[in-house]
Design a protein around this ligand. Sequence first.
Ligand SMILES: *[C@@H]1O[C@H](CO)[C@@H](O)[C@H](O)[C@H]1NC(C)=O
Ligand SMILES: *[C@@H]1O[C@H](CO)[C@@H](O)[C@H](O)[C@H]1NC(C)=O
Ligand SMILES: *[C@@H]1O[C@H](CO)[C@@H](O)[C@H](O)[C@H]1NC(C)=O
Ligand SMILES: [Ca+2]
Ligand SMILES: [Ca+2]
Ligand SMILES: [Zn+2]
Length: 288
Amino acid sequence: MQLAHTLLLSFALSSPVSTMFTCGNENATLFPPPPIDRSQLEMRRRQIYLLPPPIELIVHVVARSKRRQDGYLSDEDIHRQVQVIKDSFAPAGITFNHTKNHWFVTKAWSFETPGSQDWVDMQSLLHEGDQRTLNLYFVPWKNATKGGFCTLPWSMGGPLDGCVIKSNTVPGGGHSYWSQGKAAVHEIGHWLGLAHTFEVRDPENPCDPTDPDDGVIDTPKFDYHHYTQEMKGTCHLDLNTCPHLEGKDPVHNYMSYVSDECATEFTRGQVVRMYEMWAKYRAILPEK
Ligand SMILES: *[C@@H]1O[C@H](CO)[C@@H](O)[C@H](O)[C@H]1NC(C)=O
Ligand SMILES: *[C@@H]1O[C@H](CO)[C@@H](O)[C@H](O)[C@H]1NC(C)=O
Ligand SMILES: *[C@@H]1O[C@H](CO)[C@@H](O)[C@H](O)[C@H]1NC(C)=O
Ligand SMILES: [Ca+2]
Ligand SMILES: [Ca+2]
Ligand SMILES: [Zn+2]
């Protein structure tokens, strides 16, 4: 793959290939930041950003029964979760218009491998709106290592567009380190076009200064190989795993894999990227 790298932004000259992002903790799915065209750059230079309008938010609760342990969430649970989402994106100027909660109780779907027929059936049945509508599905996903997954703005799949989040990551949901509802914030970051802060092309060389990583200049590179299973769930305040590159590891970033207590920020560069991605991929209907 041929890459052009600038201080401002990275351009992937090949087409993005990934269609779905899975947030398990070990193997982050690698994907190239999408190409940003010249007019987009021009817009950025002139500081004409299209601030996304209030994003219509629809919450679907898919549970196996009306019991909490089967994924059922109450009005109040949803309210608290949505408040965390609103509070987390407010400093970025991104707001949400939460219009609907929808409950669907079924034992038909087992939710194992992301992308399998269960997910397709669920999303095809429940999805509402268009590419500007954020559909959040809270599901009793059994896989212990996963928090959720989301489509990316440039890989919209019609009804498959949206974010699937494990029910027990809502505030008070009992998950061991996604306990404050920030898993949803992380996933929505993907839906708005952000990659993980530790994104690299060459997993063997995470501190390569020429690697375009997440396409955001103010999220320092770090070597996620240092982040073992046991270290997840703490803030690692002093880690600087790419010591020859500027900046400490972004351990407070929503798009790093950190526990909810540690996840408190999007950087300015990430905010700009979310605006750009909105303007480029979600603001207008794709041409048929
Ligand atoms: C994890 O990623 C590595 C490197 O990309 C790959 O070789 C390996 O098969 C992956 N493991 C799993 C369980 O997907
Ligand atoms: C929220 O969405 C509803 C339904 O689409 C719409 O009527 C209302 O004007 C929206 N509110 C804002 C603040 O965008
Ligand atoms: C969880 O997901 C991983 C990766 O997709 C898979 O290897 C593992 O078998 C799953 N575990 C369960 C209990 O389904
Ligand atoms: Ca970066
Ligand atoms: Ca560093
Ligand atoms: Zn993720």
